[in-house]
Design a protein around this ligand. Structure first.
Ligand code: ATP
Length: 354
């Protein structure tokens, strides 16, 4: 079978829109607004196409804020894309500094939790536990809450759990940059072994040397767009040229360049991708998003009606009694109180005055 005909991961016109709410309450308000014009938007990704085959390691490079983590989080299923189609054949596992680990739980508890979430039974977890602990090599800290770990220790634990869950697609987001040399080499060996086994690796890193060492191909993400995708040496060389060019600009020119792209990301409209999608040979449906995260007007109306009904029924049944009986009882209580007060006043009058 020709491997090239069967991509393990396929991204088609992937976009990601972020809402830039000023306050958390604005987010709740926006949920029920029928027009969202007042909320500023920002497009972290704008039509990414990528096909990655079994056994390939792909480096994701780009300047700060270009969209690498957004893309790796979409690949890992942590956040949904806004529009576009994502096809992954197999299980994914992501290793990112601090991601996925529960800070209040100990290392051991995190290992168990993550493995159970991946569908392993308690017995299966017991079997692989010694291997995970040996790979992480964090000693007694395994019994400490993860919030007390250094970033390197978090990365070790995250890496150890992820590789032992045997994913088909492994996403490594900057997690190797915080490990020491010994651990780094151990991870590199494991990544190379994964590649041999036909697994697919995505490797997000600012270290171009690491990218060159590990990756067959490189995707250069630039302000949410895929600027280049291809052979590692070539793309890294072009990226280096860009960095040199950018550094040579004056501060004013740099700002202008950055602001120009940021404006494009703010004012982007998915319809801009229609023609590009056709040029790239996609069908019309590719610009649709997954059916989550948005509410139709009908859904909003139904939801509002349900909340209103809940409020009304909640009021009518205060403390387990009907609205009517609750207030009827209250009135009786008030009358009783008045009678008591009057009797006590009479007694006081009799005693001290009468
Ligand atoms: N939750 C969010 N809400 C609003 N904007 C966001 C959110 N997450 C990311 N962004 C924006 O999307 C863009 C891409 O961010 P992302 O973290 O993916 O970049 P990156 O390439 O991983 O950056 P870095 O190299 O600094 O880690 C940035 O401009 C960022 O400010």
């Amino acid at each position: 079978m020709n491997q090239k005909e069967n991509p393990k991961v396929e991204l088609a016109m992937i976009t990601k829109e972020y809402d830039l709410y000023k306050k958390k309450s604005d987010k709740i308000k926006a949920l029920f607004k029928f027009s969202e014009k007042s909320v500023p938007h920002f497009w972290g990704l704008r039509g990414i196409d990528l096909k990655v085959y079994p056994g390939e390691a792909v480096g994701l490079i780009g300047i700060n804020g270009s969209g690498k983590s957004t893309l790796s989080n979409i690949l890992a299923g942590i956040i949904p894309q806004t529009t576009g189609q994502l096809t992954i054949k197999g299980e994914t596992s992501i290793i990112a500094i601090g991601a996925g680990l529960k800070p209040q739980l100990t290392g051991l508890e995190n290992i168990r939790l993550k493995c159970l979430m991946q569908g392993l039974t308690n017995e299966e977890v017991d079997e692989i536990l010694p291997d995970i602990m040996e790979f992480a090599d964090i000693g007694d800290f395994v019994n400490q809450p993860v919030k007390n770990y250094s970033s390197g220790m978090r990365s070790r634990l995250g890496f150890a759990i992820a590789v032992h869950n045997n994913p088909d697609v492994l996403i490594i987001d900057e997690a190797l940059s915080v490990g020491d040399d010994t651990f780094y080499q151990k991870c590199v060996d494991r990544i190379l072994q994964f590649k041999k086994e036909g697994k697919t690796i995505f490797f997000v890193s600012h270290s171009l040397n690491q990218v060159k060492k590990l990756c067959d191909k490189v995707a250069w993400i630039h302000y949410g767009e895929l600027r280049e995708y291809g052979d590692t040496e070539e793309v890294v060389a072009n990226y280096n040229d860009f960095i040199k060019w950018f550094r040579a600009l004056s501060e004013k020119e740099k700002k202008e360049y950055q602001n120009g792209y940021k404006e494009k990301q703010k004012n982007f409209n998915v319809n801009e991708l229609k023609e590009i999608a056709v040029e790239r040979g996609h069908g019309k449906s590719v610009l649709r998003g997954p059916a989550i995260g948005t509410m139709s007007t009908l859904t909003k109306v139904v939801l509002l009606a349900m909340i209103a009904a809940l409020v009304v029924f909640g009021t009518l049944h205060v403390r387990g009694r009907s609205f009517k009986s609750y207030f009827a009882k209250d009135t009786t209580q008030k009358i009783e109180q008045t009678v008591i007060d009057k009797t006590s006043m009479d007694k006081l009058y009799d005693t001290y005055i009468g």
